[in-house]
Ligand binder design. Structure first.
Ligand SMILES: C[S@@+](CC[C@H](N)C(=O)[O-])C[C@H]1O[C@@H](n2cnc3c(N)ncnc32)[C@H](O)[C@@H]1O
Length: 308
């Protein structure tokens, strides 16, 4: 039952000091926006039809599931869902992949609110027996390794990690290294991510200008001491870095410390082109078992393993 849901806190969590260090460098990572009220804002955003990136990524997710199923085969496996948010992928997942045997569904998120929402919104799929929940920051080295080991002690002896609809996490240059270190030879990593599409860059950037996205980013700005109403957001596609970037420019004031305050980078989201993406996976020691670029939604579905 919901009331009995057991959330395991795993590994190191970010501190206020860490967030202050980022702010000094002009950056507010999105992970600081998700906990507490951020979970409610995400829930609103995920249901907004104008949040088209969500639909694009779900198309690639749905389109790739049968290929994933064929490659991983029917033996028991744990599904390690990283950053489930509202768990919008859960019904598709349970309808198409069979956990079988001692396989578990695992939800791991930095936001307790998101974990509860995933459970609450998808209750019919979960029992005390088939699911495990971890509160953790997977961008801190070692945390995902701990979880992946813990799961194998409690469930099946192989994992399918889902890093699906996670352009922001994928824009962390170390995230694939953390994935690879958390995997054994029998494990798989399934990624879906919107790619770059030069003729559609305005459309890609428009998603990040939605009111709810700004509301979410405002949580981080406020926590860092900025007034999000006193300033302007702008989104660009940085081709060199293969990512969309959202900046916040605090309003200039004539006197005091806000004068000439630099822009704050408050969101980065990975938007790869095919060759760069392939290269990045290979550089991280991940071998592609399946890769498809869904042209109409310019989004990738990829399955990798550590084995060639
Ligand atoms: C863009 S949402 C995606 C949610 C879901 N996969 C979907 O498509 O609707 C990002 C999710 O990842 C979680 N997240 C972001 N950074 C994280 C981190 N460093 N560690 C763990 N979870 C994180 C957020 O709390 C949120 O639930």
């Amino acid at each position: 039952m919901f009331e009995k849901m057991n959330i395991i806190k795993m590994g190191i969590m970010p501190t206020k000091k860490e967030s202050k260090e980022y702010v000094k460098q002009g950056i507010i990572p999105v992970k600081f926006c998700y906990p507490k009220i951020g979970g409610d804002i995400w829930h609103k955003l995920r249901r907004d039809k104008r949040y088209v990136i969500g639909e694009r990524e779900l198309t690639a997710f749905n389109g790739s599931l049968d290929n994933v199923k064929e490659i991983i085969e029917e033996d028991p496996i744990n599904i390690v869902h990283l950053g489930p948010g509202d768990g919008i992928e859960v019904p598709l997942l349970f309808d198409r992949l069979n956990l079988c045997g001692n396989g578990k569904y695992v939800g791991a998120d930095i936001s307790g609110k998101m974990i509860i929402n995933t459970f609450r919104l998808n209750k019919p799929y979960f029992s005390n027996d088939n699911s495990l929940w971890y509160l953790t920051d997977i961008e801190i080295e070692g945390n995902l390794e701990l979880i992946c080991r813990d799961i194998k002690n409690k469930g099946a002896n192989r994992n399918l990690i889902l890093l699906t609809n996670q352009g922001v996490l994928l824009s962390n240059p170390r995230i694939l290294e953390f994935m690879q270190k958390s995997m054994d030879n029998q494990d798989y990593l399934f990624i879906t991510v919107e790619g770059d599409c030069p003729p559609k860059r305005d459309e890609i950037c428009a998603t990040y200008d939605l009111a709810e996205v700004r509301e979410l980013l405002s949580v981080g700005l406020q926590r860092a001491g900025y007034d999000p109403k006193k300033g302007r957001f702008r989104t660009v596609l940085n081709e060199q870095e293969s990512r969309a970037e959202v900046y916040f420019k605090p309003e200039m004031v004539q006197s005091g410390s806000m004068h000439n305050k630099p822009e704050i980078l408050c969101l980065t989201s990975y938007k790869p082109q095919t060759d760069e993406f392939r290269q990045r996976l290979e550089n991280a020691g991940l071998h592609i078992k399946f890769m498809k670029f869904y042209e109409d939604v310019h989004t990738f579905g990829v399955l990798c393993s550590k084995n060639r």
